[in-house]
Design a protein around this ligand. Structure first.
Ligand code: NAD
Length: 505
């Protein structure tokens, strides 16, 4: 709570909640929002109390009654419009993301595009909400199943994708006929407010997408609110565990995606230049603040020296700076705390017995931004903090392994299992890897295997608590309840009393 302040009139942009179609100012506590490239506070975000959450849930529940009755054709038309109003102003949204998150404008545009993929998927919502029908299951008896919305659902999102992850969640929840309460990260909350304006412009009625900003107080109020029937979460593993446990204990449906430590296996037959290009792109893009970032390269056999040299050589060519500058390859970290944490991993690597090949602390950027350059750590091993923990910064660790089996055993022993990649020219090795590896999303010569929108996204183990993945087909499953109806139209003359258990014979 050290960053929390009491609301006062300042020159900062005031970032309000959006509840029932109205912008609602802070009712008490607020939090600071920074431009990470300059270190300056630029905004002040409202932090909701439990009372604000309860009132929002009430308004959402009221609005959901009519939204549920809105025809599917009309809802589809709204999804098409939503796609257009966001796509037409993607540059504006990307600039908002860069100003509060720090990622480059090009990367922010990529985030918007991946979020829009799910809006595009939801334009065919009727297909995904279609039920099933079995005629004549017994003489004169038919059975059909319909999918109905859950009611009010909450979506709690992380700082690292302030537009994409909200678009994954709220779009599907709303397409399926629910009302959504989005609790975005308090570090970069403005993108959510912007999105709420676009949903309204596209025709989503007031009260169907509500934005409630806040920290743990608001989140715990969401988890305990009896009106909210389901919770989708993306964030770090300890918080994901908390969300999963408390929401489930309160009888809610919950999916909670957690942290990651994604490995990339480089086989001796891989094209080493292509593997080095992929490793640099996937480890240092967005300053490593991606849940699908590569943070470990498990390099097999003698190719390790060449791989490390080629990655190090490429790092010298990266430009670190303000994400708003088109010349920048890599922006700052999100907060001073994140900078301290990442710096600590780099500073401690050699003391743990690893080799610091490239030291990001040597990169300096003028101004007060939260910058560290890309770092490369060689000879990392399990048991070192730099290997075991999620760093969430621009640090790639290399683990040298003797063979394929050792690489697979290393990865399968990790508590995290979000994404993984194998680089090889051998189809048999790739196929065996796909079969053996205990990770939710696998790339074959693809370093960031985020599934396209027609599939769903999710890891295994401590990277996902719950059983349904996000966006795509599984999201329609998560945000709907199945109801099965058994029908018979007997002739009244056939009516009789039977106390036996009904069978279909
Ligand atoms: P975080 O867990 O700190 O915060 C996520 C959300 O939870 C935010 O809305 C925040 O306000 C809230 N929150 C934070 N602390 C809380 C607490 N103690 N109790 C209740 N709510 C709390 O995560 P972050 O730093 O915003 O995001 C980075 C993390 O998210 C990384 O661990 C990253 O791997 C993970 N992530 C995972 C995926 C995935 O798909 N698995 C995707 C993106 C990010």
């Amino acid at each position: 709570m050290s960053t929390t302040t009491t609301s006062t009139a300042t020159s900062y942009a005031q970032i309000p909640h959006v509840i029932g179609g109205r912008k609602v100012a802070a009712d008490g506590r607020t939090g600071p929002v920074y431009n990470p490239a300059t270190g300056e506070q630029t905004g002040e975000v409202a932090l909701a109390s439990a009372a604000v959450v309860a009132e929002t849930a009430r308004i959402a529940a009221e609005a959901q009654v009519a939204w549920r009755e809105t025809g599917l054709v009309k809802r589809q038309a709204i999804m098409f419009k939503l796609r257009e109003v966001i796509a037409n102003r993607a540059d504006e949204l990307a600039a908002i993301i860069t100003a509060e998150h720090g990622k480059t404008h090009a990367d922010a545009l990529g985030e918007v595009a991946r979020g829009l993929e799910n809006v595009e998927f939801c334009t065919s919502l009727m297909h995904h909400l279609k039920g099933e029908y079995a005629e004549q299951v017994a003489s004169g008896v038919d059975v059909h199943q319909v999918r109905q919305p859950i009611g009010v659902v909450a979506c709690i999102t992380p700082f690292n994708f302030p537009a994409m992850v909200p678009l994954w969640m709220v779009t599907t929840a709303i397409a399926a006929g629910n009302a959504a309460i989005l609790k975005p990260s308090e570090r970069d909350p403005s993108a959510a407010v912007w999105l709420a304006e676009r949903f309204a412009e596209a025709g989503v009625p007031d009260g169907i997408l509500n934005i409630v900003h806040g920290d743990r107080e608001a989140v715990d109020a969401i988890l305990d609110d009896p009106t909210i029937r389901a919770v989708s979460f993306v964030g770090s593993t300890p918080v994901a565990q908390h969300i999963y446990t408390r929401a489930a204990a309160n009888g809610k449906r919950v999916q909670a995606l957690g942290g990651a430590k994604n490995h990339m296996v480089v086989m001796p037959d891989a094209d080493v230049d292509a593997a080095a290009d992929a490793a640099v792109s996937a480890a240092y893009g967005s300053a490593g603040e991606r849940c699908m970032a590569i943070s470990v390269a498990a390099v097999v056999g003698e190719v390790a020296d060449e791989f490390v040299a080629k990655v190090a050589e490429r790092l010298g060519g990266l430009t670190v700076g303000d994400g708003a500058d088109p010349a920048t390859d890599m922006g700052p970290l999100i907060t001073p705390d994140a900078l301290d944490r990442v710096t600590g991993f780099v500073a401690g690597a050699e003391g743990e017995g690893a080799t610091l090949v490239v030291d990001g602390r040597e990169v300096t950027v003028d101004g007060g931004g939260f910058f560290i350059g890309p770092s490369l750590v060689d000879h990392a091993t399990p048991g070192m903090r730099v290997y075991d923990e999620e760093i969430f910064g621009p640090v790639l660790s290399v683990v040298r392994v003797a063979d394929y089996d050792e690489a697979v055993a290393l990865i399968n022993a990790s508590r995290y299992a979000n994404g993984v990649a194998v680089f090889t020219r051998d189809g048999g090795t790739a196929r065996q890897f796909e079969f053996d590896i205990e990770v939710g999303m696998v790339g074959v010569n693809v370093p960031i295997p985020v599934p396209v929108g027609a599939f769903s996204f999710g890891g295994w183990k401590d990277s996902l608590f719950g059983d349904t993945h996000m966006y795509g087909p599984e999201a329609f499953q998560f945000y709907t309840r199945r109801k099965v109806v058994t029908t018979r139209w007997p002739d009244p003359s056939e009516s009789q009393i039977s106390l036996g258990f009904p069978t279909h014979h």
